[in-house]
Design a protein around this ligand. Structure first.
Ligand code: FES
Length: 175
């Protein structure tokens, strides 16, 4: 890095390139960053111990993935638009009818916590993908909405909800 600071134009080029690189990495990381879990050791967690997740670092619009009982758990900090999209759906038209209010904890509408395993044949869906901008399973094309409900494709059920609770406004315990 120090070698490029000698020529201003080179420095500018470098900064431009560096910014682009950080942007790309940042976007990928923002999509599904893996949160390090500092509580119980790996074998205890694998055996099924509850885990606590600090929500404070998760920005609005971001989805992170953690593991609980070896299962991927998606934690989505939904934007106002994503919440509205989830709430305005006519529940009767859904393959697995569930109101958004049954998918989140009361008073915590921004937070969707789901088990990230497709209910068709068990692939791990991609976050912020697909026709409904929720989750998309590329294995056979199942599209879930911002509430994790199946909207299109062969999956028969909504993404399951893990047992969890808020232990504070910014922390949940899963399990
Ligand atoms: S496993 Fe997800 S669509 Fe088949």
């Amino acid at each position: 890095m120090t070698t490029v600071s000698s020529a201003e134009h080179t420095r500018r080029d470098f900064l431009y390139i560096a910014t682009g690189a950080v942007g790309a990495v940042g976007a990928a990381a923002a999509l599904v960053p893996l949160i390090a879990q500092m509580n119980p050791d790996a074998s205890t967690v694998a055996a099924g111990a509850p885990i606590e997740v600090d929500l404070a670092p998760i920005a609005e619009g971001q989805i992170v993935k953690v593991f609980w009982r070896s299962k991927p758990i998606f934690i989505s900090h939904r934007s106002k638009k994503e919440i509205e999209e989830a709430q305005k759906v006519n529940v009767g038209t859904l393959p697995d009818p569930e109101p958004d209010s049954a998918r989140v904890k009361q008073g915590h509408d921004p937070w969707l916590v789901v088990i990230g395993i497709c209910t068709h044949l068990g692939c791990i869906p991609l976050a912020h993908q697909g026709e409904y901008n929720g989750f998309f399973c590329p294995c056979h094309g199942s599209a879930y909405d911002t509430s994790g409900r199946i909207r299109k494709g062969p999956a028969p059920k909504n993404l399951p909800l893990p047992p969890y609770q808020f232990v504070s406004d910014t922390k949940i315990r899963i399990g």
